[in-house]
Structures are given as C-alpha cells and as structure tokens.
Design a protein around this ligand. Structure first.
Ligand SMILES: Nc1ncnc2c1ncn2[C@@H]1O[C@H](COP(=O)(O)OP(=O)(O)O)[C@@H](O)[C@H]1O
Ligand SMILES: [Mg+2]
Length: 248
C-alpha cells in the first residue's frame, strides 16, 4: 500500500461573495499522477492554493504527509508551478541558471549561503527537464514551453516529493505539448515525484496519468483513470454543466 500524502476532508471555500469549493474530500497517494479537470471557474486554481497553504479554507481539514496543514513544516516538499508563470518578455534580465538557482532559496532560506554544489544542482535539475544546453540563455529568449520547463527545474532543485502544476501547457505550441507531458511522466516514474496537474488537455494526458479528479465546485468524480473512462455521459454533463461532450 502506498502512503497517503495529501488528504482533504469536507473542505469548503468562498471568496467574499462567491462560493467556490463545497465539501471537497479526496486523497492523493505517493506516486500518483493526478489530473484535475474542470471547466473555467470551477475552482481548480483555488483548490491548489488551499493545498499549498496560500489560502485558508472556510471549513474542513487538510493533511499533508500526515500533518495538519497549519502545522506542516516542509513546504519545500511541495513544488508549485503557477498558472501563467511562463510570461517573461524577451528583455527580462535573468539567465536560466539564475532562475533555477532561485528555487534553492526555498530550501536553504533566503539569507543563508547557497550550497557549494549549487551549480551541479542547477545542472541536474535542467537535465531532468531536458534543458541543460540553455543554462546561460536569457529566460525571456525562450519559448513558452521552454520557460515552463525551466520553472519546473526551479521547483525540482528544492527536491520536492510532489509537483503541483496549474495549466502548465497554456501558451505551449501544440507539437511540444506531447513531449512536455512525457517529461512529466519521466519525473513521476523515474524520480517517483507525485504529480498533481490541472489541465484542459484531457485527451493528451489520458494515457499518461494514473488518476483523475473532476471538479466543479465539488468533486464529481475521483478515481483511477480507467474508471474515468467508464463514467456515463449523464455524469459528465452534470459535472461540466452540459458544456462539453465526451471525446475518445
Ligand atoms: N481572488 C479572487 N477573488 C474573488 N473571486 C475569485 C478570486 N479568484 C478566483 N475567483 C473566482 O472563483 C471562482 C473559481 O476560480 P478559479 O479557482 O480560478 O477557477 P479555475 O482555476 O477552475 O478556472 C471563479 O468564479 C473566479 O471568478
Ligand atoms: Mg485556474
């Protein structure tokens, strides 16, 4: 049995006037590759922010690695690549190396000394995302997909156990999306990093993930990818508000 590393129980959340999440319960086990799917405005980004401790839930309970969220002391175990992180213009004055190295701050603390092998760690993180030859380039000169890989390397250098990604392929060329997801699969399989991915690329990710969660204010489905393939059109309609048809 693999370990439960993330657990939410009856979590609800609202912004000032909008009820966004209602009674959310689910678990993520070590080694899972979970895709969170849902229409725009269904609360996906909000759910991730709650999980990361950036927003406080109105009600409910969250445990990370068995610890209550409030007292969890190992934020560096959870790497986060936010929505639209890859929005640098070509004049942005930082090299790929500098961006990746800044990810170490989370681990060593902002004002402590960088480790002696920081350069080697940058190298390893860039290698894991297939970007080692871009190390001296300016971040702004890279394509959206390349920038996104660099941001994953920045998260990886803190040696996370979980990687949380919010719509990472927005702005990536269609032909590069497949190889981007293949890279996530290799992080999941070869480095045993648990992955929580918010995406709209249902068809592209479907043969790469282990689990699916369907969100729209509440969890309409959560289970193995194989079970998701069997859910009814009626259930899909209820989840998506009749917006999208099942494509296979
Ligand atoms: N900072 C905020 N203040 C008020 N409402 C917000 C805020 N952020 C998001 N919302 C609203 O909460 C709902 C869910 O947003 P979000 O979690 O970003 O959805 P998703 O990521 O699934 O598109 C939307 O109705 C959105 O307009
Ligand atoms: Mg979002």
């Amino acid at each position: 049995m693999s370990k439960t590393i993330i657990e939410m129980k009856n979590v609800s959340f609202q912004y000032e006037y909008t009820q966004v999440l209602n009674n959310i319960s689910f678990k993520v086990n070590e080694g899972d590759f979970l895709a969170i799917l849902g229409p725009n405005g269904s609360g996906k980004s909000t759910l991730l922010k709650i999980l990361l401790g950036l927003l406080k839930p109105l009600a409910g309970e969250i445990k990370l690695f068995g610890q209550p969220n409030d007292t969890f002391r190992h934020r560096e175990w959870i790497g986060y690549v936010s929505q639209k992180s890859n929005a640098f213009n070509s004049g942005f004055p930082a090299t790929v190396e500098e961006v990746v190295k800044s990810g170490l701050a989370k681990k060593v603390g902002l004002f402590k000394r960088m480790p002696n092998d920081a350069a080697k760690q940058v190298q390893d993180a860039l290698k894991a995302v297939g970007m080692e030859s871009f190390r001296g380039k300016n971040i702004g000169e890279l394509s959206g997909g390349q920038q996104q890989r660099v941001f994953i390397a920045r998260a990886l250098i803190a040696k996370p156990k979980v990687l949380v990604l919010d719509e990472p392929t927005v702005g990536i060329d269609h032909e590069n999306v497949q190889s981007f997801y293949d890279m996530l699969v290799s992080l999941n399989k070869e480095q045993n990093i648990t992955i929580i991915l918010v995406t709209h690329d249902v068809d592209t990710v479907s043969n790469r993930i282990s689990h699916v969660a369907c969100l729209n204010q509440t969890i309409h489905f959560h289970g193995y990818k194989q079970e998701f393939d069997e859910i009814s059109q009626e259930q899909l309609d209820k989840w998506q508000g009749h917006a999208v048809r099942k494509i296979h």
